[in-house]
Design a protein around this ligand. Structure first.
Ligand code: NDP
Length: 431
């Protein structure tokens, strides 16, 4: 704590993982000898830089850029870039730390990293977003590469931003190095299913949680927070699996639509017009501007907006309304108090580092396609994603059993993710 003052989200993420690892210490004294526990909490490298750009009125604007290269024991650093005014070093470190274990759980050769900026794309023109992305990449380019560090999207960073970033990277590097960024468009090196992967993957993971209790999505009421990339494609897959998503949100409020969220309308509002969620209620449903989306009764909750959005009181409301499954589409959306309330009440809880790992797993599939100059079909790629999510679920469940916490996906994910990285760190020596 003293080494990292003021980084509350990072402290929260570290505590959450280390709290699960006590049984590992007993079984693996070699990790203590190699100081794996302290080394894994210290980023290999942190880069903070100035990002000046010029707005449409000709004024100079200034933001701060970050890249935290946390752990490369398993492969090149891999993790998204977040553009949101709340971004600071503590948030980037919490996300980078989570990413180590998530990437390990996918079974793929990728290390953990994360980055971003306090830039707010909301209300900016395409030209402003482009100039900002070009300025950010003018510094970031020297720290990334297909074998070094491979950024992708996150909050505020979608295909548009990745396009401007990749364009500037290509220009500075003077080569078409497709594997340097993922989340690319389909005509310039992107992979089928990458856009849908995090949301779909979360629902595949939740489906395995349901199956483990002999249930399915069919006929279930579902609440999904957020209405961005993860939320939209989670809603799409829930509907395909026979559930009904009755509410979704953005930072201005939430929408309740008892007939089921109309996905075409939501995509039009959010992906095409880039408007606030109230634009949805001009056509159907009702808007609730104040209050918590978790007051809407549901069987399954998929928090898919941002960190610490589901708090203790929300968890109590969910338990009271009969919710029995929570799977995190977002990173660390559920506070530790809320996790306790849910798990004490017997709610099956799928933590983000397992449940939302489908995005980065499909990014690794994009890297594979780039490396082999190949391009796979949607069906084949989605099959791969579904298989990976099943394996992650089973590995969490088996590991939880093995380490004395049956049914506890938090313990299972933390330990299974940790073991693979720790073994590599021991093998690679004290570096
Ligand atoms: P988007 O920017 O596409 O969407 C984010 C959504 O969450 C928006 O509806 C946004 O509302 C809402 N939101 C963001 N910040 C806040 C806030 N402080 N308070 C309330 N609502 C907020 O991002 P993604 O869908 O890509 O990411 C969502 C979550 O999923 C994040 O936690 C991210 O780290 C995680 N994730 C994303 C992956 C990906 O592949 N994209 C992979 C794995 C995890 P508004 O527009 O009003 O801000």
């Amino acid at each position: 704590l003293q080494r990292n003052p003021g980084e509350s989200e990072f402290h929260q993420a570290v505590h959450e993982v280390l709290d699960s690892l006590a049984p590992v210490v007993r079984k693996h004294p070699e990790y203590l000898d190699a100081a794996v526990f302290s080394r894994i909490c210290e980023p290999e490298r942190q880069i903070i830089f100035r990002v000046p750009w010029i707005d449409d009125a000709g004024a100079v604007r200034l933001n701060r850029g970050f890249r935290v290269q946390f752990n490369s024991a398993l492969g090149p650093y891999k993790g998204g870039l977040r553009f949101h005014p709340s971004v600071n070093l503590g948030i980037v470190k919490f996300l980078g730390f989570e990413q180590i274990f998530k990437n390990s759980l996918t079974g793929m050769p990728i290390g953990g990293g994360k980055g971003g900026s306090d830039f707010d794309p909301k209300g900016k023109s395409d030209r402003e977003v482009m100039r900002f992305c070009q300025s950010l990449m003018t510094e970031l380019n020297r720290h990334i590469g297909a074998e070094v560090d491979v950024p992708a999207g996150d909050i505020g960073v979608g295909t548009r931003e990745i396009g401007y970033l990749f364009g500037q990277y290509k220009r500075l590097a003077n080569r078409y190095e497709s594997g340097a960024l993922t989340g690319k468009g389909l005509t310039w090196g992107g992979s089928q299913v990458r856009t849908e992967a995090t949301g779909y993957g979360t629902v595949y993971f939740a489906q395995e949680m349901l199956r483990a209790r002999g249930e399915s999505f069919d006929g279930k009421r579902v609440v999904v927070s957020g209405s961005g990339n993860v939320a939209i494609y989670a809603i799409e897959k829930v509907h395909e699996f026979g559930g009904t998503v009755v509410a979704c949100s953005d930072s201005s409020g939430y929408v309740v639509d008892e007939a089921g969220i109309d996905l075409d309308l939501l995509k039009e509002v959010k992906e095409v017009r880039r408007e606030r969620i109230d634009a949805y209620t001009e056509h159907r449903g009702r808007l609730v501007a104040d209050g918590s989306i978790w007051e809407v009764p549901c069987d399954i909750a998929l928090p898919s907006a941002t960190q610490n959005e589901l708090q203790e009181a929300d968890a109590i409301a969910l338990v009271r309304s009969g919710c029995r499954y929570v799977a995190e589409g977002a990173n660390m959306p559920t506070t530790p108090d809320a996790v306790r309330v849910l798990t004490d009440a017997g709610v099956a809880f799928g933590p983000g580092k397992a449940a939302n790992a489908g995005g980065v797993a499909t990014s690794a599939l994009e890297m594979q396609q780039n490396a082999s100059r190949d391009s796979w079909s949607f069906e084949y790629t989605e099959d791969r994603l579904a298989g990976i999510m099943r394996e992650i679920h089973d590995s969490c469940a088996t590991t939880a059993d093995e380490f004395g916490s049956p049914g506890n996906y938090v313990v299972g994910a933390n330990i299974a993710g940790f073991l693979r990285v720790a073994d590599a760190m021991v093998a690679l020596g004290v570096i």
